[in-house]
Write a protein that binds this ligand. Structure first.
Ligand code: FEO
Length: 168
């Protein structure tokens, strides 16, 4: 049985993963309608991953005797300045998610819930990988300095982190 504080912070994360998925869908839509098919593909795939994350939280909460409440989700931004803006916002958002995951780790330790502490480690590792992937894309964009975005767009769909076996 989950302790209340652990359940609450896991349910909060369901909303954050749902928002992440919608944020990346919004970016996918912007990219698709602004000539960046590759970026759009990347964002659609990222949105799917976030949905998988959300489902992992839901299933874990329910399995452990809690109730995975489906949240209202805020509308994400719909307009972006460009491709670099999109990936910088993505990094900023992933850093926020990493902080959320760290807060869950903290609550698990406070509540001595070592089972959930063990379970959440997958997300700790996942966040390291997600941040690193987005940073490497931003580095590439900085090198290009606004040039050759056509090539970047056709290459970006290959620049995805290794998908963990549990998600394949
Ligand atoms: Fe589910 Fe990108 O964090």
């Amino acid at each position: 049985m989950l302790k209340k504080a652990v359940e609450e912070i896991l349910v909060r994360q369901i909303e954050r993963e749902a928002y992440s998925s919608n944020l990346y869908l919004s970016m996918a839509s912007w990219a698709e309608t602004n000539g960046f098919g590759g970026v759009s593909e990347w964002m659609y795939a990222q949105a799917e991953e976030e949905k998988v994350h959300m489902l992992k939280f839901m299933k874990y909460v329910n399995e452990r005797g809690g109730v995975a409440v489906i949240p209202a989700v805020a509308q994400p931004p719909a307009d972006f300045k460009g491709v670099q803006d999109i990936f910088e916002l993505t990094l900023e958002h992933e850093e926020f998610v990493s902080e959320s995951i760290n807060e869950i780790v903290g609550v698990c330790l406070d509540e001595k819930d070592f089972t959930t502490h063990n379970w959440i480690q997958w997300f700790v590792t996942e966040q390291i990988e997600e941040e690193a992937t987005v940073r490497s894309i931003i580095d590439k964009l900085k090198l290009l300095d606004g040039h050759n975005l056509y090539m970047f767009d056709s290459d970006v769909s290959k620049m995805r982190g290794v998908i963990p076996a549990s998600q394949q």
